[in-house]
Structure formats: C-alpha cells, structure tokens
Design a protein around this ligand. Structure first.
Ligand code: PLP
Length: 402
C-alpha cells in the first residue's frame, strides 16, 4: 500500500510542525555575524520572548535543547550540597531532577500520580516541615509531556506562600509555552525554562532561561556558575557573541524572529484559543472511541489537561500497532508512550501521544483524528463510534459564522 507517499505529518509532542514562513526565513546564506541586521534582530528577540512569557524580568538565550535550559537554570542558582524539591508526575519532572544529581545537588523527589498533577497539600506539608529553609528551590513542570498533565502554577505559588517558604519557584514550560497560558510575573515564578521547538515552532536548537531579580540574587552567591552557562553576560549582551558565548545560531535567530512575528500577528490570546479548540476536539474524539473500547485519556480531569499534548491509554500493544499503522500507511507520526513503562504501567505499548502544539490548523487536527480513527478500524481495535463527528462538532461550534 502506498497511501503514505504524500506529505508527511509529524504529530509528536516536539519537535512540532515548522511553518513554511519559519523555514523560508531560515533558508538563506550565512550572514556577517559582526555587524548588520542579525545583531539588531537578535536584540529584538528579547522583548518578544518576554512578551510570550509575560515577564518584565530577564532572559538568557542558549544554543541548545530543553535539557540545556534545564542545566543552565540549575547552574545559575544552586551550589553543591543545596537541596531542591522536585515535583514530578511524569518523565520530564523527574528528568529535570536527574540533571541536578551530577552537580552535587541534593535532590528530593516528590512523585505524584501520573494521571493527576502536583499534590499541593503534600507540597505545603513538606515545605512547612522545612523549618531551617534547607530547600533552595522547588522545581515543577507546567506540562509534563509524557503524561499530558498540566499543573496549576499560580496554585503552586500560592501553596509555597501558604507554607511561608522562601525557596525559588522554577518552572519548565518547554512543552507548552505558546500553547497554554503562562504568566511568569503574575504567578510569581522566579525561573522559567523553554525551548524553541514546540509551541515556538522553530527546529530544535535554541533554549531560553527567564529569571527575575530574586533568582539573579541567588546567582550572586552560588557555587556552580560556569562561564558558559552563566546567564548574566547573555542577559546583558551588547555584541552578538555575548548573547551566546560564541558564534550565534544565525539561522535559528531568523527562524525565531519569524515565529515570534507569527505569534504576535495572530495575537497570543488567539494562539491559546486555537490550541484550546484543537485539544478539545481531540479529547472529544478519544472519549467517543472509549465508549466502546479500551481507549481513554490519561488525564481524566479536563482542568488538568494541556492544550499542547494529549496522552492516550489503550490496551497494550494496541497503541504501538496504531502508531506503526499511522506512520507506514497514512503518513502521520504519533508520539510514543514516553516514560510510561513504569512499575504501575509496565507496558508502554499501551500508550501513545498526540502532539498538538504550534503551527496547526483545523484541517490538520481533523486529519489527525480521522486518520487515527481509520487506524482503529483497519486494525480491528474495538472503539466507540462518532469520534470524528464529535471532533468536527467541537471545531464547528468554535468557528465564527456570520
Ligand atoms: C521536550 C521537553 C523537555 C526536553 O527538551 P529537549 O529539547 O528534548 O531537551 C523537557 N521538558 C518538557 C516538559 C518537555 O516537553
């Protein structure tokens, strides 16, 4: 069968689909890095990024992926022997903590249900018990891309305040910046990390660490800061090389400029709304399939679901069969069940993920859902009827017909 031979669609939760505009902006000869427009364009990225993060604080740019941002953030504020409290309800929460171990940081992991988010009562209790203020930072993901859970970050700040604890609040928004609302200053976040390749629609290669003055004061006294990860020269750069401690990622800078222009042309609230509608369409389809088969959303509570990624549970090995079918027979790549082979859930072949972040329009989401439903049929996987109908109703209801 040759039905997959047209354009492919990679619907994994990062890297996301790159818009033609971004790819075209990057398709050019190398520029002079010592003078000219690339220097000016780089400077314009700073206010645009801060607008997306809703902060008047600082941002440091790095050549790197999300893991680079994780490490950079930790290196700037922590010293060997410092304790951090890592909140995890999935692969990525735990992953950030794992970066801290080799730096000599004392990592205390609080693991929560992979089908729910942070348990804030438990967090308050733990922080209240830390009378001597041993815990220097609380690390949390906003969205865990493995489980699809979205944590309430404003609620986490309120919990830290309720415990009257001075630790820094450090948040990973790598999955969802530009998809789910995030308000760094209003929510009292001290450090936020993000990458360019998910909601920001640029090929992997640039990472961002946002920080406020409280976090920068900790940078003053910490023992880890390395020359390369140091956020200060980057956040206060004048010359292009200072932004990146060496050669700038020239083509990524053009790509980022274009992507941020696209976001501001559409309007950030509209970008979030578009993601919200697509996510609801996907959830409606999965719920319909589940009324007639062993298929369900990993996150039962809609308030804890992300606009950027949806994790689906099935009977193993059906999810893997479905992914293989979708890629080989229909040209759509679905996300693997990342980090789901745990002791509670021994079989990752019973999970797959829809990435629905970035440059997507209704026809792509409907194609994604229709293709998935077709795969369920082709593979004889029991499922309820009406998934695509339900999704198209969500999209129809969201359109403005005048
Ligand atoms: C993708 C992702 C990461 C890791 O980013 P890389 O670019 O793969 O290093 C970390 N955290 C979250 C929440 C992510 O979605």
């Amino acid at each position: 069968m040759l039905l997959a031979n047209g354009p492919a669609y990679v619907a994994i939760p990062g890297p996301s689909v790159c818009p033609e505009r971004v790819l075209r902006a990057m398709h050019r000869p190398s520029p002079n890095i010592y003078a000219g427009e690339i220097v000016e364009i780089t400077k314009t990225l700073v206010p645009s990024l801060k607008a997306v993060a809703k902060t008047d604080g600082h941002v440091a740019l790095y050549i790197g992926n999300g893991h680079a941002a994780w490490e950079a953030a930790l290196f700037n504020v922590l010293s060997p022997g410092d304790k951090v409290l890592v909140l995890s309800s999935g692969h990525f929460g735990t992953g950030w903590g794992n970066m801290a171990h080799p730096m000599g940081i004392d990592v205390e992991l609080m693991e929560f249900d992979r089908r729910g988010g942070n348990d804030l009562e438990a967090v308050i209790k733990r922080l209240k018990a830390d009378k001597s203020g041993e815990i220097k930072a609380v690390l949390s993901v906003q969205v865990d891309t493995s489980t699809g859970v979205k944590n309430g970050i404003a609620d986490l700040r309120n919990a830290m305040d309720a415990a009257d604890h001075p630790a820094l609040l450090m948040v990973d928004c790598i999955a969802c910046l530009g998809c789910d609302d995030f308000e760094m200053d209003a929510w009292g976040v001290d450090v936020m990390v993000a990458g360019c390749q998910k909601g920001l629609m640029v090929p992997p290669g640039m990472a961002f660490v946002f920080f406020n003055d409280k976090a920068d004061a900790m940078r003053e006294t910490n023992g880890c800061a390395s020359h390369y990860w140091d956020w200060r020269p980057r956040a206060n750069a004048e010359a292009l090389w200072q932004f990146f401690d060496g050669t700038a990622p020239t083509h990524h800078i053009y790509g980022m400029r274009e992507a941020l222009d696209m976001i501001s042309e559409e309007g950030l609230p509209q970008v979030f709304e578009r993601h919200a509608v697509f996510a609801k369409a996907i959830w409606a389809a999965v719920e319909a399939w589940g009324r007639g088969g062993e298929i369900e959303l990993n996150i039962p509570d809609p308030k804890l679901r992300s606009n950027a990624v949806t994790s689906v549970r099935m009977k193993a090995p059906q999810a893997t069969r479905l992914r293989n079918w979708a890629e080989s027979q229909a040209g759509i790549t679905l996300g693997i069940g990342l980090g789901m082979g745990t002791s509670e859930d021994p079989n990752a072949d019973g999970f797959f993920r829809f990435g629905h972040m970035g440059s997507l329009s209704a026809h792509m989401i409907l194609g994604l859902i229709a293709t998935t439903q077709t795969g369920l049929k082709a593979l004889d996987i029991p499922h309820g009827p009406g998934g695509l109908e339900a999704a198209s109703q969500v999209i129809a209801d969201a359109t403005n017909v005048t």
